[in-house]
Write a new protein. Structure first.
Length: 102
């Protein structure tokens, strides 16, 4: 897996784009971001809810105030979108991102 190197900062914000690839509107779509590291294995979680997402529509969700472990330690960010009713293709509902700071 690729490990991205980011500059040393105290906090980060992450913008996640969620797309409704189906043919009907969805509501109450939950997006969860979990952040943990090799040293601090207890995840910090933030959850956002998209009120409404029309067919083919994209919505950006922003998670802020995230404080990754610094000093070159590998951080793991997991982003999940809960499946909606009757969703059959869920392979693209989760993303893992590995990164270090500094």
């Amino acid at each position: 897996d690729d490990v991205h190197r980011l500059p040393a900062v105290d906090e980060i914000s992450v913008a996640v784009v969620v797309e409704n690839q189906g043919n009907r509107p969805e509501s109450g779509v939950t997006v969860t971001l979990s952040l943990y590291s090799k040293i601090d294995t207890t995840p910090v979680r933030q959850e956002k809810t998209i009120d409404r997402l029309g067919p083919g529509e994209k919505v950006q969700v922003v998670f802020s105030g995230l404080r990754p472990t610094t000093g070159g330690v590998r951080n793991i960010m997991e982003i999940k979108v809960d499946p909606v009713p009757k969703e059959t293709f869920i392979d693209n509902n989760q993303k893992l991102i590995y990164f270090t700071l500094g």
